[in-house]
Design a protein around this ligand. Structure first.
Ligand SMILES: NC(=O)c1ccc[n+]([C@@H]2O[C@H](COP(=O)([O-])OP(=O)(O)OC[C@H]3O[C@@H](n4cnc5c(N)ncnc54)[C@H](OP(=O)(O)O)[C@@H]3O)[C@@H](O)[C@H]2O)c1
Length: 366
């Protein structure tokens, strides 16, 4: 049975009921207990901000120090109750990865009268050209109306063209945020791949565990290939910065093109784990011929020309800082080594090549 929205004094949170406005920045985080949302909350608290999180309470413990409100974004009564607990200076929306545009519209419409700005965490998938073309802010954004439901853009089972479902849903959600708050009060942030502490997708954790295991490691493609993951803390810091700027903003968020390479990344994984493993680079053509599932069976490997060709100049001009990838790798290993594990997620199991298959591909090229 669905839980009713409750405002309560959780194990680590504090009650919101009966609480008046206190000085300083007041921030509402939609999400806040998982990966990016958690980093946003931690960053805001470190800035001395007053933070409220809104989640169903299903996954992840609250960050100590944040006020906790439980409810479901798909439920109008829960959202109305949340709005009644305002006002906030800004909202940062980190929980719309699987929500229909109309759900984002409902929430943003309820919050627009009680919040100053809306920072919506979107994705580079909103571009029609992803992952095949170089992307900039001028690139075409997919269709997707603000009132679309979760069926909008769903592809038939026999579809062999580009998978635009997620991108269309997120593009519709961006339009929903703008429709409710007005473009001048919205920041749309479009990250590529986010890595770091708390990652539940299974990309960097898989590579770290593979490096730890050692032996001959299948390294995909070209070691000099540019890649552009960003650290979750850097995305969080920029989202916080964006919550206090004025005017409409749209930014792609990816590491500078050419700064990081696949070779540098895998070397950082070996170093972080003090691995005795050695990398054997296998050309793209061989991997493609082997029928490997790109992006997941070998995490972060994808041959499409646009995957790591994202122009984030506007974000850097606006103060976005992207730390070196080796720092993200080392810190994530430290986090895993402390015995932490990510929130269980179905995508985790999709990641990584089976040891037997890896051995067989390596044997085929020797
Ligand atoms: N990971 C990446 O590489 C990447 C790349 C580009 C963009 N993004 C975007 O970044 C954003 C943040 O991603 P994330 O990985 O940190 O987390 P996420 O999977 O988007 O969100 C999870 C959070 O939202 C809450 N939540 C989920 N459904 C809810 C609902 N119906 N009502 C209320 N709360 C709900 C969850 O708590 P409960 O389960 O307790 O409700 C949890 O705190 C997403 O919009 C994602 O699309 C991620």
């Amino acid at each position: 049975m669905r839980r009713a929205l409750t405002s309560f004094a959780g194990r680590a949170g504090v009650s919101l009921e009966g609480r008046g406005r206190i000085g300083g920045m007041k921030l509402l985080v939609l999400g806040g207990t998982w990966f990016l949302g958690r980093a946003v909350v931690a960053g805001a608290l470190a800035r001395g901000w007053e933070v409220t999180t809104f989640t169903r309470g299903w996954s992840g413990a609250p960050v100590p120090g944040a006020a906790v409100v439980h409810g479901d974004r798909t439920d109008g009564a829960d959202v109305a109750r949340l709005a009644g607990l305002g006002p906030w200076d800004a909202v940062i929306d980190t929980s719309a990865s699987e929500l229909a545009p109309r759900t984002v519209l409902m929430g943003a419409t309820a919050l627009a009268p009680v919040a100053g700005r809306y920072v919506f965490v979107s994705t580079v998938n909103v571009y029609r050209g992803w992952p095949d073309e170089a992307l900039s802010l001028e690139s075409e954004v997919l269709d997707g109306p603000p009132e679309a439901d979760e069926e909008y853009g769903r592809l038939p089972a026999d579809w062999t063209g580009p998978d635009w479902y997620y991108g269309r849903q997120k593009a519709g959600a961006e339009r929903a945020a703008v429709a409710a708050f007005g473009a001048g009060r919205v920041s749309l942030l479009r990250p590529g791949v986010i890595l770091g502490r708390g990652e539940y997708v299974g990309r960097l954790p898989w590579w770290l565990r593979r490096a730890e295991r050692g032996g001959e490691i299948l390294a995909p493609g070209d070691p000099a290939k540019s890649i552009q993951p960003v650290d979750v803390r850097d995305v969080a810091a920029f989202a916080l910065d964006q919550s206090v700027v004025s005017g409409g903003q749209v930014h792609n968020l990816a590491a500078p093109i050419g700064r990081e390479t696949m070779g540098g990344f895998l070397t950082a994984c070996l170093e972080a784990t003090a691995s005795t493993g050695r990398l054997t680079w296998v050309p793209d053509e061989v991997l493609v011929r082997s029928g490997l599932r790109q992006w997941s069976e070998i995490p972060l490997w994808r041959t499409h020309a646009g995957v790591w060709n994202i122009d984030s100049t506007s974000a850097f001009d606006a103060g976005f800082r992207s730390r070196p990838l080796r720092e993200t790798v080392a810190d994530t290993w430290a986090w895993l080594s402390e015995g932490n594990s990510p929130v269980p997620h179905p995508r985790w199991a999709e990641h990584g090549i089976a040891a037997e298959k890896e051995r067989s591909i390596l044997a085929g090229i020797s």
